[in-house]
Design a protein around this ligand. Structure first.
Ligand code: CP
Length: 361
């Protein structure tokens, strides 16, 4: 069955197909009002969300389907100790498809292992957020017309920013893209992405300290929140925080057609004065999220019984070898619930956990 756990679970063809369907829905929403009639989406949100949960909800409603689930696990039997995998087994008896957000990394992959319906990763910890990636791709296409030969600057928290991790993987599928990483040392992109050979073959990476020095060359500026709570040293935060605040003055150096994206929520990294600039695309990005999730729900249900659309095979060690390793990430599902151990030899030469990409020892 086709699940969406990581952006690479969709082939390039499937990704483009979903984006094209989203564009078709935007052009002719009236054709799609009964597309999901009789179908039910379960939204299992173990972590707060505004955009992702409610855009999935709206998407299903606009397709004529229904939605059930929880936005706070304390109101479910999770509070009595039910495991995530058991909750998914149960919800598969009620719903045709499940979107799950979890603070624990790897939870959606563990959900897919036991689910009888398609699982959509709606964001797992600091790891991945593939439906935000589809949103970002559709937004980039609508704003600048293409997904190749783009220079994109990722600015802010690239270490814990799951939307950044997933979008970089997706952009590597298209030709000629350049990625400029704008982050303080403590918030650099994780090595498993930065040193991934296959990504480096497709993408040109550069690292800089400020957005000003690259502003004129960007087609997309992808802002993220610098999370003060991640800094151990207040002085260091104070030193970098203003480098990552987008103002109208800084935008003066940007191309006329550049687009500013942000997965949101923002705190103070984009001043409100920027909102009225035509290049501020982050609220249009939210709207794209609804349309792309309408397309995704339609396709995953279309593909449910189609053997040509399966979950991408994962290259991993056999059980005997995997059991010799332990994932070093305390916030990984394999250290939180009784799931089987899954270990891979990563493309950067390190041994890593298949659920969360952290090193395994
Ligand atoms: N972009 C995003 O994931 O926002 P929410 O956390 O509000 O869902």
């Amino acid at each position: 069955m086709k699940h969406l756990i990581d952006p690479t679970d969709l082939t390039l063809e499937e990704t483009n197909n979903i984006i094209a369907l989203a564009e078709e829905i935007i052009a002719h929403p009236e054709y799609y009002t009964a597309r999901m009639k009789g179908k039910k989406l379960a939204t299992l949100f173990y972590e707060p969300s505004t955009r992702t949960r409610l855009s999935f909800t709206t998407a299903m409603m606009e397709l004529g389907g229904n939605v059930l689930g929880f936005s706070d696990p304390r109101n479910s039997s999770v509070s009595k100790g039910e495991t995530m995998q058991d909750t998914v087994r149960v919800m598969g008896c009620f719903a045709d498809i499940i979107a799950i957000r979890h603070n624990i990394e790897g939870a959606p992959l563990a959900a897919a292992e036991v689910s009888r319906v398609p699982i959509i990763n709606a964001g797992d910890g600091s790891h991945a957020h593939p439906t935000q990636t589809l949103t970002d791709l559709l937004t980039i296409k609508r704003e600048i017309g293409h997904l190749d030969n783009i220079t994109i600057g990722f600015c802010g928290d690239l270490r814990f920013g799951r939307t950044v991790h997933s979008l970089i993987k997706a952009l590597a599928r298209y030709e000629g893209n350049k990625v400029i990483l704008i982050a303080p040392d403590d918030l650099r992109l994780p090595d498993y992405i930065r040193n991934d050979e296959s990504l480096n073959k497709k993408l040109e990476f550069r690292e800089v300290q400020t957005m000003e020095e690259v502003m004129p060359e960007l087609d997309i500026l992808y802002m993220t929140r610098v999370q003060q709570e991640r800094f151990l040293d207040q002085d260091e935060f104070d030193r970098v925080k203003d480098s990552f605040v987008l103002t109208l003055d800084k935008l003066k150096a940007a191309k006329e057609k550049m687009a500013v994206l942000h997965p949101l929520p923002r705190v103070n990294e984009i001043l409100q004065e920027v909102d009225s600039d035509p290049r501020a695309a982050y609220f249009r990005q939210v709207e794209s999220g609804k349309f792309v999730r309408m397309a995704l729900l339609s396709r995953l249900i279309d593909w449910k019984n189609d053997p040509s659309h399966k979950l991408a095979a994962r290259d991993e060690m056999d059980a005997e070898d995997a059991n010799k390793y332990r994932c070093t990430n305390a916030n990984c599902i394999c250290n939180r619930e009784p799931v089987r151990r899954r270990i891979k030899l990563h493309a950067d030469g390190t041994v890593r956990c298949l659920y969360c990409d952290s090193k395994a020892k």
